[in-house]
Design a protein. Sequence first.
Length: 288
Amino acid sequence: MKFKRSVLLLVLSCCFHAFASGTDVQILNVEENGFVGHYYEPSISSAGSAGSARQPVIVLGGSEGGIPSRLANVIAADGFPVLAVAYFKEESLPDELEKIPLEYFEKAKKWLLHKHSENENLTVAGWSKGAELSLLLASKDATFNRVIAIAPSAVVWAGILNDWQKTPGSSWTSGQKELDFVQFNPTGAVSGLLDLYSQSLANRQDGGKASIKAEEIQGNVYLFSGGKDEIWPSVRMAESICERMRQNESSSCTHFTYPELDHLLDYKMLDASEELNRVFLNSVGAGE
């Protein structure tokens, strides 16, 4: 069994090397590193002369779970050191997105800072639930001084269970306690996820405690939302995030909204032929 696992990991490593052209990929696991992830170290040819000075990026996926390779590959190929972190639906991790401890991501942060000891700060990038998580982490830790959030959330939401008949707890915990969250609480007919999230936001009963304290983020935030988002009201929540951030003059919030695009912007930020790809990557490297 150990031999087969080693062979599998070797094959996966080769595949990821091919997908992320110009990068070397290191596979990390809970047993040895405390978290599951893939680290992409750009080669000199892909990073250019300034590659070693580029701020490292932690990438977080959404409700699809697993390693967020699609997003990580694009950022890594542009010359950034990238740590793509899984937090559920991987070996040794929970099967469902519920009650994920924030302390888990502290291990990934420390690993990446140790890998790049010349850096005091990190960028965190994510989409959907990963965008919610990215903003939440940055609101609690000034190490993350740049946030790229695609289809962001302004609040902590209930978790996502495989069985929708069950009532989920919070998506995240801290100190073994569930974070305050907006429960699923529709009061009218629900024709899809956008209805569920929009009605639950309108009917929230958390007294505002579930709102992510975006005003406490110490750095620059770049939000991307699509006007045809059918999952949750990301445009409205992005505007709310920027409004809160105006309370902090030492930080900035930039919101890019695309009226004709969907929840994950039709994946145009992943396509090198699209202008949105350049806008996205410029945001990742803003200020460098």
